[in-house]
Every structure is written in C-alpha cells, then in structure tokens.
Write a protein that binds this ligand. Structure first.
Ligand code: SF4
Length: 419
C-alpha cells in the first residue's frame, strides 16, 4: 500500500477591539525607535515580556508534566524525544522512548544498530524517514565529533534530519542556550498572546514569530538570576541548576499542549490571560489564522493476505518510497471502495483464487488522505506466479516491522490463526 505517513470575524462585534498585531508592532517599534515615544513603547513591551516570561516559568514549575526525557540533560536522550515527538503525541511517545533508550542507550549504539532493529523500535510511530535520519546523524556524530553531541547551534543544525526547531530545542533544553523554538504549539500561543492575525506560514509573519520567540528566550536568560521554584521532576543535580532557557521554551510548548489548545483553550485558568491580546479581544477562536484547509481526499486500497500451508506472503517496501523498508501484505490502490476482487487478483498474480474471504477493514488518515484498507484472505488455485516477497508464519511476521495499517491486518491474521 502506498501508505503515507477560520476565518476572521468582522470587527465591531461588541467586544473590546485591539488592533491585531498591535503588541508586536509596538515591540518592533520599541526595538527600532530611539524617539522618546519609541523609548516609552520599548520599556512597555519589555515590561510585558518580562511579566510574560516570569508567569510562564512559574506556571511551568507548578504544572509541567513529569516526562522521562525531562529528567535528564543528556542531549542524545533529548534529541530522541524531540524526533519522536514530531507529529506524535506525548502519551504515544513515552513507551517508544523508554524502549529505545533501553535498547540503544548511547549514540554509538544507535549508530551501529542494524536497520531492522531501528525500524522495529520505531514501528507504530510512522514517518520512518525520521528514524533513518536519526541513525545517519548518530553515525555523523560518531565519525566527525568523536561520539560527543555537538553543542553549538550550527553543529546541531548540520546533522541529518535536524531543522531549526529541533536544533533550538536540543540547544536550549540540553545546553540551556538562549535559542528560540517555534512549533505548532508555540505558534498558537504566541499568535494569541501577541494578537498576530496574519497567517503564520507567510514569510514575514513567520519571521516575526521567530523574533518573538528569540526575545522571550533571551529575556528568560536575563532573568535567570532571579530565584524561582523548580518543577517537581527537576530532582537531578543538573536540573537544579538555573536552566531558564530550557524551562521557558518548554513552558511555551507545555502551555500550548495543556492550556492554550487548538479547540476550547482554558483561558480562565491560563497564567498569562492578563497579557493575552486574543483573550482580551475575544479573538481566541480566530488565531492562529491558518487559512483554508485542503479538502480531505479518500483513497482505497485492497490487501491480499495469501496463505499457503500456514505461511503468508509478505513484502518489504523498497528504499526511496514512503515507509521504506517496512513490511506489508501485497496490496493495490483501487478507484472504487468495492472493486472486482477476482479480476484484480488474477491481473496481479496471473492465476485465479480458489476463495477470497474478507478479513478486516482498517481506516486511517495521513496528512490530507483518508485511507481505507480492506484486507482479504486468499487461497490460490495453484502456486502463485508472483515471487516478490517471502513466506512467513504469523509468529515470524511478528518479529518484522510492519506499517501501522498492515500491523492491524497482521493482528487480525494472528487472532484468526490463534482462533
Ligand atoms: S488566555 Fe487563552 S488564548 Fe491567551 S494564551 Fe491563555 S489559553 Fe491561550
């Protein structure tokens, strides 16, 4: 299977109107103006940002989730968590991260692990290019940096699979450097707090957001001498140091994950509501302005679960395609939800099927695709002409890394075999 990975409200609605983006505009003026008015605005925005940073750090100390990768400053452990967390929720990542760190506890271990092993450890997380890049980067660290994770931003950014966000996250969380981060959660929080009405994907707006994130993390650094409470998870010695850049960045992400959520944000309990333009203007549901969503596209696939003498035919996806190197049952995309199965099977395998029985249907979404995979158990009339793939028992298949959809098909096969 080719398995892949609001509009603005009019003003004058009876709520207090604040010019969208006013705070950023003031901030911008504050940085660039040297007039007395400019200095006044500059000091106003500095005061706001200082209060914002203090409120975020205090809230984080009291409310941060105790996540396993937060108990360390090991850049490797933090890096693995950041890569796993891309496109994936925290609660899903925790068991994967624990298993990975147990099996491959060092950069050297990740660099040397067989391809089958890293794919098996990643099985279920999806977006498998991430794990292949992670291993390539581990190999670069071993070869070029003597196994030591690079500390400077450019060195981190040069590693395969690491972009500006991830380099900033590792640099700030592991090394407490004043590096900005900007992911979906942070964009949502900043556009709402600063009342940014423009689409964050537009270049100038994206640039503004990076500037704001930079200003906040530098302010956290400047305020690091102030005495503050620490989160309960900061039990280890390195975390008891002042790591304000790390905690400020994590507080922005955490606020976006727990309070300033996409739908139904908890504004009334939000620690920064007094500083939030969107809350004061009643525009929380309008921002971030992400433009029109692309319509979802339905796609249909048929998987043939072919059995001979208790073994099943499975195939490995080739290099260079989505989900490369993962395993799956032979499958095809079809135009209709209910294709002529017999003809489809004959065309593909150059032989007829003695019997085709429905096994299960798996539905899932990847990006804008709504995918339906219908699996059928097939017994040949005679031996198959198709020789691509290998024959495995259900127990042997369990040891392979399957794509998420085909893992569900395999579970149905295994349940059938057990029954
Ligand atoms: S007040 Fe509401 S919109 Fe503003 S940051 Fe807090 S949760 Fe988000």
């Amino acid at each position: 299977m080719n398995s892949f990975g609001h509009g603005r409200k009019p003003f004058g609605n009876g709520k207090r109107f604040i010019f969208p983006g006013a705070d950023f505009f003031i901030s911008f003026l504050g940085i660039s103006c040297i007039s007395p008015f400019g200095k006044f605005l500059n000091s106003k925005i500095k005061t706001k940002n200082s209060k914002l940073v203090a409120a975020l750090l205090d809230w984080f100390a009291a409310n941060a989730r105790d996540l396993p990768w937060r108990r360390t400053r090991d850049p490797y452990a933090i890096w693995v968590s950041e890569i796993m967390l891309q496109q994936t929720q925290v609660k899903t990542v925790i068991p994967f991260w624990n298993r990975w760190m147990k099996e491959l506890p060092t950069i050297e271990a990740a660099a040397q692990a067989p391809s089958e092993k890293i794919h098996k450890l990643w099985e279920g997380l999806g977006y498998y290019t991430r794990v292949r890049n992670l291993q390539k980067a581990a190999q670069v660290i071993v070869e070029k940096h003597g196994g030591q994770f690079p500390e400077n931003f450019d060195g981190i950014l040069a590693l395969p699979g690491i972009g500006r966000y991830t380099a900033g996250a590792i640099g700030s969380i592991a090394f407490n450097q004043p590096l900005p981060i900007l992911d979906g959660n942070v964009i949502r929080v900043l556009t709402r707090i600063f009342g940014i009405a423009e689409n964050p994907k537009d270049k100038p707006t994206n640039h503004r957001l990076w500037q704001l994130a930079t200003e906040l993390v530098f302010r956290a650094k400047a305020q690091s001498s102030q005495s503050r409470k620490l989160p309960a998870f900061a039990v280890s010695a390195p975390l008891r140091e002042k790591v304000s850049c790390s905690f400020l960045n994590q507080s922005l992400m955490e606020l976006g994950a727990l309070v300033c959520t996409p739908r139904s944000p908890q504004c009334l309990v939000c620690p920064v509501k007094k500083l939030c333009v969107a809350f004061k203007a009643g525009r929380v549901d309008d921002w971030p302005n992400l433009g029109k969503r692309e319509a979802a596209t339905a796609r249909h696939f048929i998987a043939f679960v072919i059995e001979q003498d208790g073994k099943f035919l499975v195939q490995q996806r080739p290099a260079g395609v989505v989900n490369a190197q993962l395993w799956e049952f032979p499958n095809e995309e079809c135009a209709a939800a209910r294709p002529a199965l017999e003809a489809m099977f004959r065309r593909r395998f150059k032989t007829g099927a003695a019997k085709i029985q429905p096994l299960c249907t798996v539905k899932h979404s990847i990006t804008r695709y709504r995918i339906t995979l219908a699996a059928f158990v097939v017994r040949f009339k005679k031996d198959s002409a198709e020789r691509k793939g290998i024959w495995k028992t259900p127990a042997q298949m369990q040891a392979l890394a399957f794509t998420s959809a085909h893992r569900k098909v395999l579970n149905a096969v295994t349940a059938g075999a057990a029954g």
